[in-house]
Each structure stands twice: as C-alpha cells, then as structure tokens.
Design a protein. Structure first.
Length: 229
C-alpha cells in the first residue's frame, strides 16, 4: 500500500486550525471539526477509508465524550480529543524529523492521521448518559448529568479499536496496528510481564508507536479540559 510522508497544503491549513483554543473553546463548530476529520481521513486514499467515514457518521463518534470524568468528559469530547492527539502527534513528528531527517520515511503522514483519529474508535457506543449526584451548598443531594461505561464487547481498549477497524475493512499497516494497540502505554491494563515486553518491542518496531502514545498522554493530561459541575 502507498503511504505519504508529506502533507498537502489543504491538510496543512486544516492542521493549523487544530489548536486547544479552537477545539475546546468552541471557536470551531461541530461541522468544521467533522469536515476536518473526514477530509484528513479521505486524503489518505486508504483502502476501506470510506467504510470508516460512513461508520463514524452513523455512530456517536462526533457526539460522545472521551471519558466519564477525566479528559474531554462532555458531548463531543471524543472528537476534540482525537483531533488534539492528531495535532500533537504532528508537532512531535516535525520535531523528530528536524532532529533526525532520516526518520521521515518511517513517519508517514497517512499513518499519523489514521492512528490518531481512529485510536479511540472503540469508544463509539461505549458511554451512556446517566444522572449523577452531588451535594449542593445547602448539603442537599442534587442530580447532574454524567456518563457511565457500557462496554458490550470487553476485549480490551487498543485491541478493540484495531479489531473494529479491520472488521470495517480498513487496510492498516503493521505500524498503525501497533500504534493503536499500544496508545495507552503505561496506562494499559496489560502492562506487565509479556504485555510490557510486547509494548517495548512495538516501540522498537516503529517510532509511530511512541509518537501516538505520547501525543495521547500530552493531549489528555495537559491540553484537554475536564467539565465539572
């Protein structure tokens, strides 16, 4: 399969809009964010990408939260998170290439786009809205809107995303599969024994694994907002 190690001007223009202020400050509309996702994914020209775009449109990818209480825990949070991880990963990619130009062929733009925008596709249909409770200033219990997890296929996190993408017919590279599978890094529940060894071997296999994992951490722990009530 062909992958690109460059960005088009149209992609550069879109990537330039993916700032924290634009995404989490409501300066980009939901339609603009959706356009960004679809344009960037379609630009990969990857076999099966139209199946993915159709699935995203029919799922809650554009409206779901990214967590129940940690990062981007609001309607549309999954979309904001995915775009911020992409923007962060692209910044890391450019820095690494500046430091070591020989890395360019190992860091194709298509793989960064696919691995970041789709790393959390497993969260589609994953959260349900519920009423949560807290005490108000008068010490009375009052409800507030929140989310709970409804995992109908508990096979793991990164694993599920890879499985879903393959079942939808997306032609993934080995590097993309590893980056998506291990994007949780040390937060992955299997990070011990053979799991840890596999994670370290995956990083040796492709630098994209480390880029996506670090972009995910930076975005969720540093850049994204947490909604409080």
């Amino acid at each position: 399969m062909d992958t690109r190690n460059f960005t088009t001007q149209a992609e550069e223009d879109i990537l330039a809009t993916l700032t924290v202020d634009n995404l989490t400050g409501d300066k980009m509309t939901a339609d603009q964010k959706r356009f960004a996702v679809e344009t960037l994914l379609r630009g990969t020209n990857r076999n099966g990408i139209e199946n993915i775009i159709s699935f995203l449109s029919s799922s809650d990818y554009y409206t779901a939260p990214s967590s129940t209480k940690y990062h981007s825990n609001y309607d549309g949070g999954l979309l904001d998170h995915s775009l911020l991880v992409l923007a962060t990963a692209m910044k890391i990619r450019r820095t690494l290439i500046d430091l070591d130009p020989t890395l360019v062929d190992r860091l194709p733009v298509d793989s960064i786009i696919i691995a970041t925008l789709l790393h959390d596709i497993c969260k589609c249909g994953f959260y349900v809205k519920i009423d949560k409770w807290k005490k108000d200033a008068s010490n009375n219990w009052v409800p507030y809107p929140g989310y709970d997890v409804n995992d109908r296929f508990p096979i793991g996190h990164g694993e599920k995303s890879v499985i879903m993408l393959q079942k939808l017919g997306l032609d993934l590279t080995a590097e993309e599969m590893l980056a998506i599978r291990w994007h949780m890094g040390s937060w992955d529940g299997s990070m011990m024994g053979d799991g840890k060894n596999a994670f370290l071997r995956a990083i040796d296999f492709s630098p994209i694994v480390a880029i996506v994992q670090n972009a995910d951490n930076i975005s969720s722990l540093v850049l994204e907002k947490v909604k409080t009530y």
